[in-house]
Design a protein around this ligand. Sequence first.
Ligand code: THU
Length: 137
Amino acid sequence: MSEHKQLIAAALAARATSIAPFSKFQVGASLLAADGTIISGANVESASYGLSCCAERVALFKALTEGHRQFHAIAVASPGGAAPCGACRQLLAEYAAQAVVLLVDSDAPDSINNTTVATLLPLAFTSGDLPGHSAAG
Ligand code: THU
């Protein structure tokens, strides 16, 4: 199986770990790190709705705190194949700027919407815009 197919399968499987009792909208996200490792996450909701965290950020924070710093791709699986929200686009632009983004409709997983972080968030604000900070973070 190709790396991207494996990544898509991981994102689809990660949906099963979603904790979304309020929206019932289960999202899985999987990152492909430069060393080939796949790190997955799912959305986790709070009774205080605004504290809920998207699958993309759960996966990204897991990957970063496991030591990964370079990412080739992220697959996001949800009903309808939704694109990442603005907050997730910001974090992806900061930590996975070069990544390909594979949007997967969990109800029709064979048709993949293939885009990039740079396409989703052009002219991103990053650490390189802050005085005294390098673009590498
Ligand atoms: N959600 C994600 O996990 N990723 C997205 O790309 C869009 C939205 C989650 C947040 C919330 O738990 C639920 O989907 C409904 O907004």
